[in-house]
Design a protein around this ligand. Sequence first.
Ligand SMILES: [Zn+2]
Length: 407
Amino acid sequence: MKKILISLSLVLAFCWSAAAQEYLPKWQEGYMDIHTIATGRGDATFIVMPDGTTLMIDAGDNGKVKDKQHPDNSKRAGEWQSIYMKKILAGLPGNGKVDYAMITHFHDDHMGDVQEMLPGTHGYGLSGITLVGELVGYNKLLDRAYPKYDFPSKKKVADANKGFMEEYHKFVQYQMSQGMEMEQFKVGALNQIKMVKNPKPYAKKFEIRNLAANAQVWTGKGTKAEKQYTCDPKLFDENVNSCAIRITYGNFRYFNGGDLSGGAQKDLYKAKDRDMETPVAKVCGKVDVAKANHHGYYDTCNGFFLNTVSPDVLIIDARSQNHPVPSTMSRMVDHMVWPAKGEFYITVDQACKKLGEELWSNFKPWGHIVVRVYEGGKEYQVFVLDADKLDYPVIYTSEIKKAGNKR
Ligand SMILES: [Zn+2]
């Protein structure tokens, strides 16, 4: 009898929690969803355009398998990112592959690492972008340097991710032989990345503008770009070369600029021309949602960038206790620096201790961050999903926000 009672109460407890559990309502045509996937190993953003076309920006894995990872350390970051994306892709039109994958720059936390990569069966190792490519597949892949990989020099490109670049080149070659298209990211281009499923109903409301890469920035006129440096580009660190895009859907705008830098930092970086944020902010203008550049590290999110791009929602894709650093977070929440201060979201809680309660309390609960833009791009809402559970329950829901606010 006691046993029956215990199992009955267990069943009731389970039903109760299942009833209380909330999930992200299903994507439907006309919605644009921007998922920032939390693993704690590197960046991965997955975007579903209004017609169901998909764009993945980065699939990072810094190869530190012993560091804390979400949901757990039993799989590589690329496997978790693939599981997350496959669940969404299953409900979308198309061949189940990611339509566009784009690598902002050649660092491990954006594309994978040679350390601890899994053996592949096609002659290249699997981590980050090559692992997701193997498990999910891409119809088209874009990076900043295809096909020559020579800016600022062949050596600099190879050294940006030692050992793994060779695996990546082999991956590209094999995948192209299997039908994947490959392109260099063109700075200034309009709709190099575009809807391919059912674009017609959204054609006048939707665009993707390529703002920057290789330290070149769109001029704001036509598709022209110009270089933003006078120093020897061989002094550049890879972050300066990051690809940046702006997505517009109706009144809504989103910015993602990889690890773009916002200024020189003598002790860490050689180049003096490192402020890409200022020229990029000038041509980007105000957006609703932005991913913070370079995980909110020391050299990013300068005052001009914050005030000009001035997102109502700022997302930090984090993988270390320095994401963001206290000095950058203090600047972001300082009303004297950025009076319009937006809401802050973050993927993982590694920086919690270093930031301290006062700074950390500016963040909404951490996890997978989903920005859902509703039909026509007039309104949007932010959801945070539990990054430690495989059914991704919703742990935070924002109010519905008006897009194009203050613009
Ligand atoms: Zn990074």
